[in-house]
Design a protein. Structure first.
Length: 168
């Protein structure tokens, strides 16, 4: 059985560390990230033509290209992942981006809300998540086997997660 875990981190650095460790330990089949980028730095690496994270210039290192964005290294780590910019300054990277793109009307805050509700998150919890994202926190969303659930939580805690919610 699958379990959905949402962790909120105060900054992208700790979120990145958690994502890297979870990926290296093969803990989550699907990992998504949601963050707010006021300056819309994501335009540097989001190719809207294909809704994927890509290197958009001739540099060989994603790190140099992405360092200015709030998601920086996380996005560099997820090159090739589905991604979508949602009005309001949100960048969504990972499988949730694909579900948002599949919603009629395209990438809207309502589509993001609907996608989270479809995953089992209540409307009240989506509002809390949105409020915290608006304050600069970064959400890491992991779908994993129930048997790996404890390790997912352990990794998030190790890297300073502020809030963990679980669903399913």
């Amino acid at each position: 059985m699958k379990k959905l875990t949402i962790g909120l981190f105060s900054d992208s650095t700790n979120a990145e560390k958690a994502v890297r460790e979870m990926k290296s330990k093969n803990l989550g089949s699907d990992i998504s990230i949601i963050a707010k980028e006021e300056a819309e730095n994501y335009k540097t690496y989001l190719d809207p033509a294909v809704n994927k994270i890509q290197i958009r210039d001739n540099k060989s290192s994603a790190d140099g290209i992405l360092a200015g964005g709030i998601l920086g290294g996380i996005v560099g780590f997820l090159i090739g992942a589905s991604a979508v910019a949602v009005p309001g300054g949100f960048l969504v990277v990972g499988p949730i981006a694909g579900s948002i793109l599949g919603v009629a009307g395209g990438a809207t805050l309502g589509a993001l809300t609907g996608s989270l509700i479809d995953l089992g998150v209540t409307e009240e919890q989506v509002q809390i998540l949105t409020d915290r994202l608006n304050k600069g926190e970064v959400a890491v969303i992991v779908e994993s086997d129930e048997s790996k659930d404890g390790e997912v939580r352990k990794v998030m805690n190790k890297h300073g997660v502020k809030l963990i919610e679980q669903y399913k």
